[in-house]
Each structure stands twice: as C-alpha cells, then as structure tokens.
Design a protein. Sequence first.
Length: 99
Amino acid sequence: MKMGLIGGGLYELFRTKKRTPRLSCFPCPHQPVGSLAILRREFPDKWNWMLEIEKTMWRPIFKEGKSVAEWDAKFAKEDRQREYKKSLVTFKYAAAVGE
C-alpha cells in the first residue's frame, strides 16, 4: 500500500478542496482533527488500516490523548447526530407540505 502524500489521492483531495491544511502522511498524529474526520469519511480503507495497526501497539494513544478507536467512536457519534438532524429536517418539511 502506498502511503502519505501520493497514496490514493489524499494530497489532491486536501489540496484541491482547500479543506484542512495537510502536508503530512495520513497516519500523522500532528494533523488537525478535521483532517482525521475527512480521512475516516473519504478514505475508509486507510482509516481501517490505522485501526488495525493500533491493535498491535502496547499504548495506543494517537492524538490529544485518544486512540484511533476513540476518535472513530467520536466521529461515528457525530455522523449519527448529523443524520438524525437531517431526518428531522426532512420530517418537518414533509409535514409542512402535507406528505
């Protein structure tokens, strides 16, 4: 597996979309938290690789005192909350138009 700047279009995604500044390899713990969320959402294969590698570590602390698995749980919760809010908006719209 190619990693880092040229691996699987990571650099291009972050550079062209002007999302979160990104100049390091994808498993770098010094990247912004926003980059981690984007990595998890748009490159699940690389995210899953990080989760698997973490299982082999004796002390899995990745960023801000949390493990990759803890970040994964946090992002999953945020995803569920976002989906719930979308469903509420859809429900309110359907009720307003009489569907």
